[in-house]
Write a protein that binds this ligand. Sequence first.
Ligand SMILES: Cc1ncc(COP(=O)(O)O)c(C=O)c1O
Length: 379
Amino acid sequence: MNAADLAALETPLLLLDEARMQRNIARMQQRMDALGVRFRPHAKTSKCAAVVQRQIAAGAQGITVSTLKEAEQFFAAGIDDILYAVAIVPSKFDHALRLVRAGCRLTLLVESVAAAEQLAAHGRANGHRHRVLIEVDTDGHRSGIPPEDARLLAVAAALVDDGAELAGVLTHAGSSYSLNTPEALEAMAEQERAGCVRAAQRLRAAGHACPVVSVGSTPTALHARRLEGVTEVRAGVYVFFDLVMAGIGVCGVDEIALSVLATVIGHRPEAGWVITDAGWMAMSRDRGTARQAQDHGYGLVADVQGRAIAELSFGEANQEHGVLQWRGAAGAELERLFPLGSQLRIYPNHACATGAQHPAYQVLAADGTLACWPRFSGW
Ligand SMILES: Cc1ncc(COP(=O)(O)O)c(C=O)c1O
């Protein structure tokens, strides 16, 4: 199959530009190598073994996941060093143990004394020492324990047990997503590093080994100047990039590897509308750029070669209809410019959310050939 065959495909579908993805993978890995840290990509972005295998081939060591389903699927694909980076709760302990018993080197995350105690008790009852990180909050963004909080030592104490082993600390500076200057991103990367290292120092001073210090988000990973004290970095969305990342300033639109291929299904010339078969079901409801200087609606419209069409904005979406608004010259013949049945590419606000709407990637290689890579979903 070659690029000309794109026209024969039923849309909407998820199109992956393999050359762009490979460049994104190489860029991040080179940066991590230069900073002297292990890189553990977050596989929740792709949920696709073929993508993750390319990240590992480039030098990544182990992966991060956001669900135990991801852990299961990637373990089945041959990856055995897996960090489940969402705080675990008792209803998932047996599932985690099944993976460990099957041979997976699974690391878990806790952020409370209650979870630590119950996990240790579960390990003890089953003759297994769960490998555990403590989640640290370095930016007030989400979950985790602030580095100076007394609970840090209380959670660690609950993990010193036959049923659990404290492997280290983890943080994710998600507030980097609301920044957009290199200076602010560098400062956030340093805040993320310093807070996580500080938590590790406090644990070590209390007698814990704390070998792992894990940090990361795509914007901070790409802006960290120094990573003293950090042992590994995690990043996910960099593999595809998206419009939110472009708005933050960490990539250009021409580096976004993921788009939705859509077909023109109608026109409303009097309203200046071009209607496509990619509604919010194909794009997701994620409107992440609404909070940024440049709001891209449901996505940035491009021609089938991926060149943005500035005059066509994607402000309205129904489940299976995308309503594109023409903002170019008055009187332009929309049916001639964008004929019925012609295809457009739409760059997504948030690659993880748009990807999750689709069962597979149609992968367009640099030589024009097409391949289909399945992706999974659910829990
Ligand atoms: C715990 C954790 N680590 C790493 C990441 C990766 O962040 P990004 O997609 O910005 O690279 C995420 C993303 O949500 C996360 O939740």
